[in-house]
Ligand binder design. Structure first.
Ligand code: CP
Ligand code: NVA
Length: 310
């Protein structure tokens, strides 16, 4: 692959990357992680500013982006939407046009995917999806990195997702399709991933790459990775009857017994302990959730480097 192939690009969806580009991001993230541990990171973002705009709360995304930019010698600017004119009705397009005159990249956490698309159309610098209602691509890149650390090659890896077919689930469908992993989505009827995302995943990885099943045990059976996320995502509070429908999909010791004997458990966090996952499993020996959280920083450092300087 040519050097600098990602420079100037946006990352609004996992599917904005080809499978070889995705692997290259993971390779770079592993390299960054190794170098950071040895204290050998080159300050490749020296003199560059990265705006991080949040329309929803965040712990990991905000701090891991800030830390990544810091380690690369750049400067992060955290901007809460309510403190910007954006919160008073200035369009996201105008915000993007103005910020592009000051900063070298913009990450946005927002509600609608179309807000990100509007920002990307107007901005002249790379735009990164820091979570929308439809997708959470940075999370899934970190998760694929974590799976690769545990299991090596991702092709043919059996991944089970249990719970709500939300933004994280959508991005996981696309990520698994791109790397050739075999994903079973265990969701109650009515809580499946977005239909257009499923179609896209099937186009990328073939019809068998992502299978939606309505029995939690069927999803978990033999899985190398068991993944879950919150039942109620930010901005979707108040959905009647949802928790009752999702209860059988809780990741607990009984469900985990159906998975591969060396299965690892993943959760993007924050967890709602006692809902989608039990304390016993989240804090247990199979849990790799803290590695996932750490890898957010490494993957985003790799991504920023590749989008900004090559
Ligand atoms: N996983 C994740 O994106 O966490 P935050 O909401 O804390 O950023
Ligand atoms: N699905 C969750 C992920 C949080 C990181 C949400 O959107 O709230």
């Amino acid at each position: 692959m040519e050097e600098g192939f990602l420079v100037g690009r946006d990352l609004l969806s996992v599917a904005d990357l080809s499978s070889s580009e995705l692997s290259a991001v993971l390779d770079r993230a592993e390299d960054f992680k190794r170098k950071l541990r040895r204290g050998e990171v080159d300050q490749r973002l020296r003199g560059r500013l990265v705006a991080l705009i949040f329309e929803k709360p965040s712990t990991r995304t905000r701090v891991s982006f800030e830390a990544a930019v810091y380690h690369l010698g750049g400067k992060p600017l955290v901007l809460h939407a309510g403190e910007l004119q954006l919160g008073r009705g200035e369009t996201v397009g105008d915000t993007g046009r103005v910020l592009s005159r000051y900063v070298h990249a913009i990450a946005l956490r927002t509600f609608s995917q179309s807000t990100l698309e509007e920002l990307a159309r107007a901005a002249t610098v790379p735009v990164i999806n820091a979570l929308s209602d439809l997708e959470h691509p940075c999370q899934i890149l970190a998760d694929l990195m974590t799976m690769r650390e545990v299991w090596g090659d991702l092709e043919g890896l059996q991944v089970a997702y249990l719970g709500d077919g939300n933004n994280v689930a959508n991005s996981l469908c696309l990520g698994c399709a791109l790397v050739g992993a075999d994903l079973r989505m265990g969701c109650p009827p009515g809580y499946e991933p977005d239909p257009s995302v499923l179609e896209k995943a099937w186009t990328l990885g073939g019809r068998d790459s992502v299978r939606v099943v309505h029995q939690p045990e069927e999803a978990a059976k033999g899985a190398h990775v068991v993944y879950t996320d919150v039942w109620v995502s930010m901005g979707q509070e108040g959905s009647e009857g949802k928790k009752e429908a999702l209860m059988p999909f809780q990741v607990n010791a009984a469900l985990l017994a159906h998975a591969h004997p060396r299965a690892v458990v993943m959760h993007c966090l924050p967890a709602h302990r006692g809902e989608e996952i039990t304390d016993e499993v989240l804090d247990g020996p199979r849990s790799v959730v803290w590695d996932q959280a750490e890898n957010r920083m490494h993957v985003q450092a790799a991504l920023l480097e590749m989008l900004l300087v090559g």
